[in-house]
Design a protein around this ligand. Structure first.
Ligand code: HEM
Ligand code: NAG
Ligand code: NAG
Ligand code: NAG
Length: 348
């Protein structure tokens, strides 16, 4: 009897060790046998949520970046503050405006009802970012996403501060930040194209409101100043502005920068290579966007992606897959969370 108990304990411990978060092999179609149609379910919830609020799609794409650059793709960005963890990643200033968590929660609830304790929140983030990219690019960006990630149990605000890039960073800082995660200058340029969708708070580009003409189209600067209600946005008076000048209201663009009026469309928030055109015209929101023009190599890629929309679609998909494969630090514990906003052991 004692022997049997020991045996059971050993087997249990072996199974627990297999739940180590790092260095797991990810596979396309990972849930084929354990939770059939998982990707169909994710897609239908993502599409419906974008149809009712297009901004949710931008939120989901950013969520993948903010999850994976901090402790790997482990859904650490989703963890809420708790008595056990007073300062999760969400509290970081770098996570200002983070959204789409409600979509992830809705997907998780649907999947728990269908196949309990099976699909990780980290995988849901990766599938949802792909589906949002596909929908917002009208099918231009589409790629298979491997599954098999585990959810982490650690989420620290200071890690988000340390690993997410600063919107006021210069090119040297950005290249270093991406290099730490094994991303090249070209991939930095490719991924920055995600700023063709979504919104930003005025405090995230405050420096741009008084930047010299050599760094920002003066008409665009005037437009941003008027949207922000002056040159000194504060945390308590922090307007939200669209990332892409294309998505601004036409009358305001026509007044501030007549040359751009033709680019304003009725359909907003498409994921495409317009970011590179805006960048070359010095009409992008963040200093970190403009900074891509300040180095020969990075600028060359901006020109390249402005010229070829298809090339960007393909390369952006590849870069998102690479992003989605960033692993947790070696030795990290992993689990399949029951609820994406809390680690399992805190439920009781
Ligand atoms: C290169 C360095 C980057 C910097 C400095 C940066 C910075 C920012 C900032 C400050 C915001 C606005 C937050 C706010 O004020 O509400 C933002 C929005 C956004 N970022 Fe980035 N970002 C970077 C790269 C990326 C990457 C790699 C992706 C995804 C692949 C991404 C996707 C987005 C999206 C989609 C939004 C809009 C989100 C929404 O509307 O909810 N960004 N980014
Ligand atoms: C870039 O930013 C870093 C850190 O903020 C700073 O130390 C460095 O001097 C800057 N480099 C250039 C070329 O401006
Ligand atoms: C980057 O690549 C090196 C060498 O292959 C590897 O040891 C390291 O873990 C990678 N870093 C990340 C964040 O994946
Ligand atoms: C644009 O990129 C696509 C995809 O790589 C390629 O097939 C095509 O030839 C390129 N078009 C031009 C005009 O260079």
């Amino acid at each position: 009897m004692v022997k049997l108990v020991c045996f059971v304990v050993v087997v249990f411990m072996a199974a627990a060790a297999a739940m180590a978060g790092a260095d797991r092999e990810l596979k396309v179609g990972y849930y084929e046998k354990t939770c059939k149609d998982v990707e169909k379910i994710v897609n239908s919830i993502v599409v419906n949520s974008i149809k009712s609020n297009r901004g949710k799609g931008a939120g989901l794409v950013r969520l993948l970046f903010h999850d994976c650059f901090v402790r790997g793709c482990d859904a650490s960005v989703l963890l809420e503050k708790s008595e056990m963890n007073m300062h999760p990643e969400k509290e970081s200033q770098a996570n200002i405006g983070i959204r789409g968590m409600d979509v992830i929660d809705a997907i998780k609830a649907a999947l728990e009802a269908r196949c309990p304790n099976t699909v990780s929140c980290a995988d849901i983030i990766a599938y949802a970012a792909r589906d949002a990219s596909r929908y917002l690019s009208r099918g231009g960006v589409d790629f298979p996403v491997p599954g098999g990630r585990l959810d982490g149990v650690v989420s620290r605000s200071r890690d988000a501060d340390a690993f997410l890039p600063d919107s006021a960073a210069n090119l040297t800082g950005l290249v270093r930040n991406f290099r730490r995660k094994n991303f090249t200058v070209e991939e930095l340029v490719i991924l920055s194209g995600a700023h063709s969708i979504g919104v930003t708070h005025c405090t995230s580009f405050a420096g741009r409101l008084t930047a010299p003409d050599a760094q920002i189209n003066p008409g665009y600067r005037n437009l941003l100043v008027s949207k922000c209600g002056g040159v000194s946005p504060t945390a308590t008076n922090n307007h939200v502005v669209v990332n892409n000048v294309r998505d601004e209201d036409g009358a305001a663009v026509a007044r501030a920068m007549p040359g751009f009026a033709a680019r304003v469309r009725k359909a907003r928030d498409y994921l495409d290579n317009s970011y590179y055109h805006n960048n070359l015209a010095m009409a992008v929101t963040f200093h970190a966007d403009w900074a891509l023009l300040t180095g020969k190599e990075a600028r060359g890629h901006v020109v390249e992606y402005a010229k070829n929309a298809t090339l960007w679609n393909v390369d952006f998909g590849d870069a998102l897959v690479k992003l989605s494969k960033l692993a947790m630090p070696a030795g990290s514990k992993g689990e399949i969370r029951t609820k994406c906003s809390a680690v399992n052991s805190y439920h009781h």
